[in-house]
Design a protein around this ligand. Structure first.
Ligand SMILES: C[S@@+](CC[C@H](N)C(=O)[O-])C[C@H]1O[C@@H](n2cnc3c(N)ncnc32)[C@H](O)[C@@H]1O
Length: 391
């Protein structure tokens, strides 16, 4: 772990041979299965068999179920995924309108889901955090989309004290999530010499924690001239600040509110004032992704770099497991001005989408690490990558 990975090929080898241990590869596969089974359970419970006897658009379905309008995005992701894998629900496209129709018997799911959860749990205690987060999404599906549409947004920004631990565990304890912070840290170690770092959407701290741990282990904390940690949740900023200042009292830090949907230079951060903009699973939150990237570019000094450690879509239209729960939040659903070429779905992008938007924002040397094609055989459900580019 101590060497710097300066080339994409070396980074790929490190991911394949060291980072993606068997438990990660197995857990990612099990999680895909768990998602399918949870979605079948929800389909069954909310009565889509009846409602889809005649083909319906997702907007019609959201209205029939009494859900908030934007729940159509949640239903779309769900039905898109199920219809691409099972015959019991069918996607019908006619005259530019997509509808879904119930077709055949709903498969059994309860005992298989229990089995998949046992297998996941058997991989290690921390995988219980993976299970909990999906189960929570299944349990609260109707409540979040119908009764209390801001419920998930409050949890994801630390405003529901009862569920604070759930979100912390989902972003930091779950090994499939912690991998994102480890990957970002290794990429920065290889690509960034030294200077001022701005972290966007730093939240519960997966990015800063893993990066400082790595630099500290190497005795190279002095490569960070100043670390500006930002988020839109004051609670997350305060709790991460508390932890980091206790562990790294001499590090020069700033702790700020920054909304990535507002130009950065309108939030008391000057143009050309940082050398690295870092985000772990946060850049995809941008509604207008190209505008956000242009603002990042303006904030960087010449030669500066963005590093985004991201959940990526291997298939640009396929729902990811965590979206079972994340799609219950307004911010995740509405995080996209869609574009048929570079953002066909909300929120997460594919690597091709990332290369496209970085180019549109004027960046050069855009790269996605690791080389996903190289990992196809050893890790078919690979889902994490670092997207980087230079001003
Ligand atoms: C999936 S979490 C990732 C948090 C952290 N980077 C980690 O990996 O532990 C996304 C983060 O983006 C933040 N966020 C949501 N909307 C935002 C916005 N408009 N501007 C900045 N941050 C935002 C949330 O508060 C949350 O902390």
């Amino acid at each position: 772990m101590a060497m710097a990975l300066e080339t994409r090929a070396a980074y790929t080898t490190w991911c394949r041979d060291i980072l993606f241990e068997d438990d990660i590869v197995i857990a990612a596969g099990l999680l895909q299965k768990a998602l399918n089974l949870h979605l079948i359970a929800i389909y069954d419970r909310i009565g889509l068999k009846e409602l889809l006897k005649t083909p319906q658009t997702v907007e019609q379905l959201a209205a029939a179920l009494g859900y908030i309008d934007s729940a159509s995005i949640t239903l779309e992701a769900m039905l898109q995924r199920l219809s691409s894998r099972y015959p019991f629900v069918e996607k019908c496209e006619a005259e530019n309108t997509v509808k879904f129709k119930h077709n055949a018997r709903i498969p059994k799911y309860a005992s298989e889901l229990e089995f998949v959860e046992q297998e996941l749990s058997g991989l290690g205690e921390n995988y219980n955090a993976t299970i909990e987060f999906l189960k929570f999404g299944n349990d609260r599906f109707e409540y979040a989309l119908r009764d209390d549409p801001e419920f998930l947004d409050r949890i994801l920004s630390g405003r529901e004290s009862e569920w604070k631990d759930l979100w912390f565990r989902a972003t930091n304890v779950d090994p499939l999530q912690n991998v994102h912070g480890i990957m970002g840290a290794m990429a920065i170690d290889g690509l960034f010499e030294s200077g001022d770092i701005l972290e966007i959407g730093g939240g519960t701290g997966n990015g800063i924690r893993n990066l400082l741990e790595l630099l500290d282990k190497k005795g190279e904390l002095d490569r960070v001239n100043r670390y500006t940690f930002t988020d839109i949740s004051q609670k997350f900023i305060m709790s991460t600040r508390h932890e980091i200042l206790a562990n790294y009292p001499s590090l020069k830090t700033e702790w700020r509110f920054v909304d990535l949907n507002v130009p950065i230079n309108k939030q008391q951060i000057e143009d050309e004032s940082v050398d690295l903009i870092y985000a772990v699973n946060a850049a995809h939150v941008a509604k207008d992704i190209v505008a956000f990237l242009k603002s990042c570019r303006e904030t960087l000094r010449p030669g500066g770099r963005v590093v985004f450690s991201e959940r990526i879509r291997l298939d640009p239209m396929d729902m990811a497991p965590r979206e079972l729960t994340l799609n219950l939040s307004i911010y995740h659903r509405t995080a996209a001005y869609r574009n048929s070429t570079y953002r066909p779905m909300h929120c997460y992008l594919s690597t091709e989408n990332w290369m496209h938007v970085l180019h549109l924002a004027g960046f050069s040397e855009a790269e996605c690490c690791p080389e996903l094609e190289e990992l196809q055989d050893s890790f078919p459900d690979q889902y994490a990558a670092v997207v980087t580019a230079v001003k």
